[in-house]
Design a protein around this ligand. Structure first.
Ligand code: ZN
Length: 219
């Protein structure tokens, strides 16, 4: 049976994250929220990740400012993007340290990491998690459901990136879940092995394809 792992990036958001948590609760699905550090500076942001974690979801680090891929930053700046967010996630992290790089439109290439970031992530036991399906919910808030259903039909293990941001796309989340199940998909929380760039501090083979040697190398 094909499996689907759901991840929600770029939150938390005071309106949309509670909506997503309600739907996941009703549908008995556990997911991962890859959160932006800047959005955790408020008590409301903190309360949302506490609520998600208490409901059994996982919380991962998705950089502090989410504006420049880490491969285009100097090493110190790249590490700061991770560390600041790590401090803000605090005890809500986990169940183990999780990081997802910023992909600038969902593109996975050499821009997304740099050697300093890889060093920091490995030294601190992080698992760095990519994705293998990105239905562009943020710029296709109605059409993404069909795109995602097609993507999950094409592979045995899907790690889908969605966004708990106010695009309107999450109004269709429950419809997507119901239709995916009707099509035979089973939802799980675990990440497909093929999407693990670093796993518990150990680089996956092929990691180099996602690491810019220098900022100039990142294009
Ligand atoms: Zn993102």
């Amino acid at each position: 049976m094909p499996t689907v792992t759901l991840s929600f990036d770029n939150g938390p958001d005071s309106a949309v994250t509670p909506q997503v948590l309600d739907i996941l609760g009703r549908q008995a699905i556990k997911a991962t929220f890859f959160v932006i550090g800047q959005k955790l500076e408020t008590p409301q942001g903190q309360a949302l990740i506490a609520e998600a974690r208490a409901a059994g979801h996982w919380i991962g680090n998705h950089t502090y400012s989410h504006t420049v891929p880490l491969g285009r930053l100097a090493g110190d700046a790249a590490i700061a993007e991770i560390r600041r967010t790590e401090a803000l996630i605090g005890a809500h992290a986990g169940p183990y340290p999780l990081f997802r790089p910023y992909g600038d439109g969902g593109i996975l290439d050499r821009r997304v990491l740099c050697p300093a970031a890889v060093g920091y992530l490995c030294e601190n036991g992080y698992s760095c998690i990519a994705w293998n399906a990105i239905p562009h919910d943020w710029d296709d808030p109605d059409g993404w459901v069909e795109t995602a259903l097609n993507q999950i039909a094409e592979q045995d293990e899907t790690l889908l990136v969605l966004h708990d941001i106010p695009s309107g796309a999450m109004d269709h989340l429950e419809d997507f879940i119901v239709r995916a199940r009707e099509a035979g998909a089973a939802f799980r929380q675990a990440f497909p092995t093929s999407c693990r760039l670093i796993w518990q501090g150990k680089p996956a083979s092929g990691l180099d394809a996602f690491v810019a040697a220098t900022p100039a190398d990142a294009g």
